[in-house]
Design a protein. Structure first.
Length: 113
């Protein structure tokens, strides 16, 4: 047997449709396995878990920010109310002191008569 016969046989086998289909199927199978391994690896499962945790924490953070803003508004309202009440107490204290002095003067006149 001559080397040219062997070369032609090898060339025929490697260029045949069946062999090319075999190589194509083998490549597709490797790609599918690689994709499956990447999708189901511990890293991707861990990453998916982290993504869900981050989404949950972001929603909780948004809720607390809204609550904080609401409470801040209530604090401002209460601060204004407290200031108004301080003014009223100050006014009523002065009014009470003036009435006490008027009452004391009135009592002194009644005892003297």
């Amino acid at each position: 047997m001559d080397y040219t016969d062997v070369a032609i046989t090898v060339l025929t086998v490697f260029t045949s449709a069946g062999f090319l289909k075999f190589l194509d199927t083998r490549l597709k199978a490797k790609a599918a396995k690689s994709k499956y391994d990447r999708k189901n690896s511990d890293g991707s499962l861990y990453r998916a878990d982290l993504k869900s945790r981050v989404l949950k924490l972001e929603s909780l953070l948004d809720m607390t920010m809204e609550d904080k803003d609401e409470l801040m508004g209530k604090i401002l309202i209460l601060t204004g109310t407290v200031e108004a009440l301080k003014v009223k107490v100050e006014y009523l204290t002065k009014e009470n002191n003036s009435l006490k002095s008027i009452n004391a003067n009135f009592s002194k006149r009644n005892f003297n008569n």
